[in-house]
Write a protein that binds this ligand. Structure first.
Ligand code: NAD
Length: 287
């Protein structure tokens, strides 16, 4: 029997918990605020930002938004980030990626103060993670850890293989799993024999952007399979894992949609709350 991990339900519970904590903030406490910056008119990015902003409002937090034109210069985007960085009503800043091609994302991301880096993508946040210091972690990988925790999957001593070492997901996730005591293998496009490194694993996470890459030949019976991939097809969303072929083989599996995706939004809210607590001095530095 393969159990489908209900990421949508777990994300709903986390979001309800955040909303409760926001509602309980003392009257003198600042309502946490998330500022989103969208540059240009990419349709998919506009949808992602709208979904995040709605989630922020539903959690009772302040929704701050800056929409800059497609032709915005580095200086204009930098000025918007600096203004939000100085605003005490803004707890977290999210610069929606990708940026238009004429803009270099890295120096703009690095203008976000580490204490407001709710996406966890600045050099400073990546450094804190690499050095195992407290800080805000990228939303998708921390959502994967939350999912595994919610399912009661023991990570200490487990063998975990992360397929894909992208900056957004695979690389930070490998570090989070290491920090939790897993023995971590990271596979990628140059891995000669993928099945040889995924088959021994108790937990396999696919974050490659290669549709249907992972199938029964890669998975040990009873293993937990987490599918981070998102692919739009005429039949709807699908992932990096051929989920139907793993039925009866995997112990647990995350679906696409309804698995990791909703967790990413939930963790953005968690990070915004942590950033607000960090700023208010209630928590020295978020875990
Ligand atoms: N669910 C979510 O909320 C969410 C969030 C972010 C990204 N994603 C999805 O996760 C996937 C990965 O995103 P990313 O930004 O880390 O991508 P990326 O392009 O930065 O990294 C992809 C990685 O996959 C590896 N790879 C490519 N082909 C491979 C192969 N044949 N075998 C093994 N490894 C291979 C590459 O070496 C690379 O390390 C994408 O499908 C993206 O849409 C989902």
């Amino acid at each position: 029997m393969t159990t489908t991990i209900d990421g949508a339900r777990i994300a709903r519970e986390i979001r309800a918990g955040v909303a409760e904590r926001v509602a309980r903030l003392t009257p003198d406490g600042r309502v946490p605020g998330l500022a989103t910056i969208l540059v240009g008119d990419d349709a998919a990015s506009a949808v992602y930002v709208a979904v995040k902003r709605r989630a922020v409002r539903e959690a009772g937090m302040r929704d701050v938004h800056r929409h800059l034109p497609e032709e915005a210069t580095h200086g204009t985007v930098a000025a918007a980030i600096d203004e939000l960085a100085a605003d005490p009503d803004v707890s977290g800043i999210l610069l929606q990626l990708p940026l238009p091609a004429h803009l270099d994302a890295a120096p703009l991301i690095d203008r976000i103060p580490v204490a407001k880096d709710v996406d966890g993508l600045t050099t400073a946040s990546a450094g804190r993670l690499a050095r195992n210091e407290r800080g805000l972690r990228p939303c998708t990988p921390s959502g994967v850890i939350e999912l595994l925790d919610a399912e009661g999957i023991e990570l200490k001593g487990a063998c975990a293989t992360v397929v894909g070492w992208g900056e957004l997901v695979g690389r930070p996730l490998a570090q989070l799993l290491l920090r939790r005591g897993a023995t971590v293998t990271v596979a990628h496009e140059f891995t000669a024999d993928l099945a040889a490194v995924t088959r021994p694993a108790d937990v396999v996470v696919a974050a490659t952007g290669v549709r249907g890459l992972i199938g029964p030949e890669h998975i040990k019976p009873g293993a937990t399979v987490v599918d981070v991939g998102i692919h739009r097809t005429p039949d709807g969303l699908t992932g990096d894992v051929r989920a139907a072929e793993l039925d009866g083989i995997a112990g647990r599996i995350t679906p696409v949609p309804g698995g990791v995706g909703p967790m990413t939004i939930a963790m953005l809210l968690v990070n915004t709350l942590r950033a607000a607590e960090w700023a208010a001095g209630r928590e020295a530095v978020p875990a």
